[in-house]
Design a protein around this ligand. Sequence first.
Ligand SMILES: CC(C)(COP(=O)(O)OP(=O)(O)OC[C@H]1O[C@@H](n2cnc3c(N)ncnc32)[C@H](O)[C@@H]1OP(=O)(O)O)[C@@H](O)C(=O)NCCC(=O)NCCS
Length: 191
Amino acid sequence: MTDEQPYYRVKYSQTTITELMVPSYANFGGKIHGGALLSLMDKVAYACASRHAGSYCVTVSVDEVNFLAPVEVGELVSLHASVNYVGNTSLVIGIRVESENVKTRKIKHTNTSYVTMVAKDEKTNELKKVPGLILEDKEEARRFIEAIKRKELKKRYAHEFDNVKAEETLEGNLSLLSGQRCVLNLDEAGL
Ligand SMILES: CC(C)(COP(=O)(O)OP(=O)(O)OC[C@H]1O[C@@H](n2cnc3c(N)ncnc32)[C@H](O)[C@@H]1OP(=O)(O)O)[C@@H](O)C(=O)NCCC(=O)NCCS
């Protein structure tokens, strides 16, 4: 351990929030709003990140939110959060969301997402270095390595997309609209 920061175990900050899905969380179709789940995900990510960092944290980005199955009113949703990775001032929190039907005891996995947060000093609002992470089994090591790879891919993707955008003109890309379910209805001034 080469820096002056303490190192903490992954287990130290692991956090689970379980919440009953009440009717006020439902959308017009009677299922739970995706936004209600996103809010709970942000909450559990904050609890886990701030426990590890020992300070105030803010959300930087949320990667991969795909809702794999609908959640019903009356189900119990559990959000399991762990610190998967720490950088200098940032942490990646892995969140597994599961929904349980208490009558049938059936549990479904609704999504897994990765939330990046940074630690901040509450008074100065400056970024703060976070403690290191002690990886105690192969699973924890695998998650840390995957987070490094995800971070590299995200950087590469952002770079590639910037290049693509820089080369783009609307006229040069009009052929992409052919066969799509849209109608281009611009007047001459619009083009
Ligand atoms: C996040 C924020 C501090 C980044 O600012 P910045 O000038 O790019 O700072 P840095 O480049 O030094 O990045 C700080 C850390 O965030 C990470 N980071 C920045 N942008 C990121 C992104 N889009 N995805 C993942 N990590 C990111 C960097 O990798 C760095 O991590 P490290 O210290 O562990 O190496 C700034 O964009 C911010 O304050 N955003 C608002 C966050 C907020 O208020 N959220 C609440 C929601 S309203």
